[in-house]
Design a protein around this ligand. Sequence first.
Ligand code: TEU
Length: 544
Amino acid sequence: MEQNDWRKSVVYQIYPKSFNDTTGSGEGDIQGIIEKLDYLQYLGVDYLWLTPVYESPMNDNGYDISNYYKINERFGTIEDLKSLIAKAHQRNLKIMMDIVINHTSTDHEWFKKAYEDQESPYRDYYFFRRSADNKPPTNWESKFGGNAWKYDPKTESYYLHLFDVTQADLNWDNPEVRKALYDVINYWIDFGVDGFRFDVINLISKGEFKDSQYIGKEFYTDGPRVHEYLHEMNQHTFGNREMMTVGEMSSTTIEDCIKYSNPERQELSSVFNFHHLKVDYVNGEKWTNAKLNFHKLKEILMEWQLGIYDGNGWNAIFWCNHDQPRVVSRFGDDSTPHNHQESAKMLATVLHMLQGTPYIYQGEEIGMTDPHFNDINQYRDVESLNAYDNMKERGFEESEILEILGQKSRDNSRTPVQWSNLENAGFTTGQPWIDIPENYRSINVETAINDENSVLHTYRKLIQLRHEHDIVTYGSIEPLHMEHDKLFIYKRHYNEETWLIIANFSKESCEIPADINLEGEVMITNGTITGNQITGFGSIVIQQ
Ligand code: TEU
């Protein structure tokens, strides 16, 4: 296999606002990323995905772009970005930009022109609609709560926003819009970036505007012309270049994801899906208080592993990102230092031995936890604040709401990276934009580097295994003992080689089924195996 095949890569996600602050503003910046490049090289990752750093009013922390060609002053300048790319490349690190082209901020000049003048050609860049009875054109709901249509009294019409009211959906059916967006992508290719992450890219083709039974999802998810548009985008931009692309797919299907990522179709290189992270939802509802359904987690992960492999597509695999709670608090156990360490290592091992491209979200590699906020004033995220208001309106008790937010809020992952045990975790000399959990005194990068048994060293080793053994990238997968209540067991196969992976998701020790042969060379492990007993949150990878 090719030495520099992107498939062998590990991606590290940076949420710049919370990464590293060099100015004392309380928010991270691009120079802060440059400062930490040596650390990222030491960790061993290949790509750095920067969540949006473009000009933005920051109502949704940069996913509301007002100018695709400008850098947000809060993060630095275009020269800073140039320098980041050059310095990353010197260390063999590649840069992936986040491209948000399903919508723009309502501060974008296209939207402003469209809003101010009904005759403007920009009007058709978005979805402005009138309705006979002056009600919203459809009953679709915004993913951040409320109806997805915002009324504009001046023109007595509505515009569509599947997310915040300040994130207006672009009309991809208009060829001028598509051309303008391909220009944006080409600008960043010429600038020197190595790949792209496309935000909610499977929502770009809207289909019919009709009332819905499912908040509108069935009309715009994997919509009628989405594959045609993605192929066209590929051909006009990154196709035929050495670029890694990943599409963020909301509520998608295996069938569509094969189409998005099968190389023959020339759409994208790989896909994110979220089904495996909805295993602590109640009836598909996020704002609920529920425990992990372990069987469902295994079932969904394996269904996607097998389905995508068979269809020659490519999965992006992940536990964490800036929209999800911290995995160690969610599917592991952060209640004691021992369980915290062991469950973080076990979760890392299970994920990194799966087929696909693994993503590490900043801080995950040291086992950062949810902050366990207990006051609504600690929250910053627009989605969480809307959910709070909505639950209040529905009569929920304050304590119940805080419990649910504590479990599900996107702010759980947005607290600053814990670099050291110095004040503010070494993140800023100013006032951090969001509170930092007290546990930074023991859970921080500096302590982790100096402790050879830390979670960080497990991540380093897992990355190294992927780079050194083709089976981790290319091997097929065989699920085993899916009925087991505590153990996640699977094998990987490649040519004559087999690897066995066993992980204990419970805090109690557990017996490994007798038909599992434990002979072979141990590639990585945490906890201990005595006879056929594996300790709580233990995991092991055996080459056979
Ligand atoms: O997220 C898309 C998305 O659908 C979610 O992960 C979303 O945050 C979640 O469903 C809310 O419950 C992407 C970005 O990752 C997110 O940060 C943005 O807010 C969103 O798109 C809009 O651009």
